[in-house]
Design a protein around this ligand. Structure first.
Ligand SMILES: Cc1cc2nc3c(=O)[nH]c(=O)nc-3n(C[C@H](O)[C@H](O)[C@H](O)COP(=O)(O)OP(=O)(O)OC[C@H]3O[C@@H](n4cnc5c(N)ncnc54)[C@H](O)[C@@H]3O)c2cc1C
Length: 203
């Protein structure tokens, strides 16, 4: 069974932004070498597919949400340590060897860390003991979120990001929380606070 350092459930802006930040640390530090990341996304399910974007910082006004999502996915997959599977996670069990993840297509993976970026419509992954509560920021009733400690940590080895974490349903909020989770995971590995910054060559 293939094992990943981080398995991200959900490939909307939260999950993809988390993967981009994790992928960008590859080979820069001893602790980031040879890390492997997998996004499993029930493709087509992101709320962004229905959006026309006029207010996402840095994104040209009038961009279709689905075009932006495609760009984010391409950006994540530029990092060779990031993989993407179009599938739906149905079960996550805690084992002695990490989290065992099962999908609708019958695939199984192991992961040391899990990021839940599944949006705010429903949460029906079996096996993982998380608390699903009413969403605190949704403008519409009946939406859910996963309870966390305020820093997106759900329990040891499990984080939540985006609308599933109760972020305001704006692309920048969802993306920002995914990046936050990535930095928190890397900080755990490094044993100190970590961000990934680049500067132009020669500066
Ligand atoms: C009509 C509309 C217009 C909008 N317009 C704007 C706008 O103009 N500006 C703005 O900033 N925001 C806008 N938004 C909000 C924005 O789309 C959301 O805030 C954003 O998509 C949330 O990102 P997310 O990653 O948390 O969740 P999502 O984008 O919903 O992604 C969640 C992903 O997880 C997947 N998933 C869920 N469960 C599983 C599972 N078990 N296994 C595998 N995959 C799973 C889903 O299929 C989906 O792909 C709009 C939303 C809508 C609906």
């Amino acid at each position: 069974m293939e094992k990943f350092d981080v398995l991200i459930v959900g490939g909307g802006p939260a999950g993809l932004s988390c993967a981009i930040t994790l992928g960008s640390a590859n080979d820069r530090f001893e602790w980031s070498k040879n890390r492997k990341y997998l996004i499993i996304d029930n493709e087509g399910g992101s709320d962004l597919m229905k959006a026309l974007l006029n207010n996402v910082p840095g994104v040209p006004k009038g961009t279709l949400g689905k075009e932006f999502l495609k760009q984010l996915k391409e950006q994540a997959l530029e990092y060779e340590n990031v993989k993407f599977e179009d599938d739906r996670v149905v079960k996550i069990e805690e084992t002695n060897d990490g989290f065992k993840v099962q999908t609708e297509k019958g695939k199984e993976y192991l992961a040391d860390n899990i990021v839940l970026a599944t949006g705010f419509h429903e949460f029906n992954i079996e096996g993982l003991d998380v608390e699903v509560v009413p969403n605190i920021t949704s403008p519409r009733p009946g939406k859910i979120m996963i309870k966390h400690d305020g820093m997106f940590r759900v329990k040891d080895g499990v984080w939540v990001a985006g609308n599933a974490a109760g972020c305001f349903t704006m692309v920048a909020s969802a993306s920002g929380s995914g990046v936050h989770v990535a930095c928190d995971i890397m900080s755990k590995w490094a044993g100190k606070n970590v961000v990934i910054h680049d500067v132009p060559k020669g500066k």
